[in-house]
Ligand binder design. Structure first.
Ligand SMILES: Nc1ncnc2c1ncn2[C@@H]1O[C@H](COP(=O)(O)OP(=O)(O)O)[C@@H](O)[C@H]1O
Ligand SMILES: [Mg+2]
Length: 389
């Protein structure tokens, strides 16, 4: 049975955690004083989770996990740190950690974080069958595209829902729209679909969730698009943690040719997870000063996190608004090239109010055509999957 490895110099921490974990999990628990030979040890022991204790230098832990997540994606990793900060969270997420816990709490808290990751990985190993998947089958997984902006009201949801409808309807691809605006998600309203099942329901059966179960929580739109809706009650949003979300996105990639993720105006752990899982990220900007300033900062952050121009693209919405900036000035100001331009049109608020996406409501309009063009750009180049639902 797959093992758990604890990396820590402090023998007391390591042995206490080992006792707790072996009692709770019944698995073999190994202790490594440093991350030096970790890659070999992970392979030898078929490690399901690696825990980095608080005395492991942060740099060493980050480096080790970066190498691990590239090689063995089906090994989880938990970082135990003296104190959690947002910056540290970001570094850890970026490196590929499954979870981060503060050492300030009890051993029980650390152990339960490890056990949760452990169970999560066990399930992923079993349900996705990824471990035994051929490289070809892996290539067949869907593309993930996140629509992003730290500012609200710039048109993320308009773009994401129209993209979804165009990809499914116009281009005939199996498309899932994931509404990650967990507090105020309104893709359901824009598409006029009733929220009978949402991501919250999928989380309720998370322990058994596989791709075919997840299909049951999607809501079908008449264009052919499937939507995983945001929770109905804002307080339900808390159940969607970064590690659960990460697994759900992987399952959606098995179901669809392309997964479009609509996001809240934030840079929180869930958005970071979505970005991290994405093949492409569209940063949406409008031509006002606040949006441009925000976009510049977002693009800077994304570059710091290691995403380059091939992954991060700029979508200029309401591109012809009568303001003092030219598109070229926008490019200069945000230090990025505009990949997509969507004109401003009163047809858009009208279509939002009707709950009929503009690509359906006014397909001949310039705004609809620009959105369909964008869909063609983001569509994966490989052939569509045959429907296995
Ligand atoms: N291209 C556009 N032309 C005209 N109005 C638009 C356009 N894109 C978005 N809007 C308007 O802006 C509002 C906010 O868009 P929305 O997609 O909800 O923003 P976000 O998801 O970024 O908060 C929409 O209700 C819509 O009426
Ligand atoms: Mg929105």
């Amino acid at each position: 049975m797959a093992a758990i490895i604890i990396v820590d110099r402090d023998p007391e921490f390591a042995s206490k955690l080992k006792d707790l974990l072996s009692r709770e999990s019944g698995q073999e628990i190994l202790i490594a004083p440093s991350a030096g030979r970790l890659t070999e040890q992970v392979t030898e022991a078929d490690a399901q989770v690696v825990v980095f204790g608080p005395s492991t230098p942060l740099e060493a832990a980050l480096e080790a996990v970066e190498a691990l997540s590239a090689r063995t994606p089906l090994t989880g990793s938990v970082l135990v740190v003296p104190k959690i900060t947002t910056e540290l969270m970001r570094q850890a997420m970026r490196a590929g950690f499954s979870d981060v816990v503060g050492a300030g709490g009890t051993f029980g808290e650390v152990a339960s974080a490890v056990l949760e990751t452990n169970a999560d990985i066990a399930k992923r190993r079993a349900s996705s069958g990824l471990s035994g998947m051929s490289p070809q089958a892996r290539d067949n997984r869907g593309k993930v595209v996140t629509v992003f902006s730290m500012k609200g009201g710039v048109g993320k949801t308009v773009i994401a829902s129209n993209l979804g409808v165009a990809l499914a309807g116009e281009l005939g691809l199996r498309t899932v729209l994931l509404d990650l605006d967990l507090q105020f998600g309104d893709t359901g309203i824009m598409l006029q679909i009733k929220p009978e099942r949402t991501i919250y329901d999928a989380i309720q059966v998370y322990d058994r969730l596989d791709s075919s179960m997840l299909r049951g929580f999607l809501t079908h739109h008449k264009s052919g698009l499937d939507v995983l809706l945001a929770p109905v009650r804002p307080e339900e949003a808390e159940s969607v943690t970064a590690s659960r979300l990460s697994h759900i996105i992987e399952l959606l990639r098995e179901i669809a040719d392309i997964v479009i993720i609509d996001t809240p105006a934030a840079f929180d752990e869930n958005v970071l997870t979505a970005i991290d899982k994405s093949d492409e990220i569209y940063a949406v900007a409008t031509m006002d000063v606040a949006s441009i300033k925000n976009t510049r900062i977002s693009l800077q952050k994304l570059r710091q996190l290691g995403y380059d121009e091939t992954q991060v693209k700029l979508a200029l919405n309401r591109a012809d608004s009568k303001v003092w900036l030219e598109p070229s000035e926008v490019e200069h100001a945000v230090a990025g090239q505009i990949a997509v331009r969507i004109p401003s049109d009163r047809l858009v608020p009208r279509s939002v109010n009707k709950g009929v996406p503009v690509v359906i409501d006014a397909p001949k309009s310039a705004v609809a055509r620009s959105l369909v063009d964008m869909a063609r750009k983001v569509a994966p180049v490989k052939e569509a999957k045959t429907d296995v639902a």
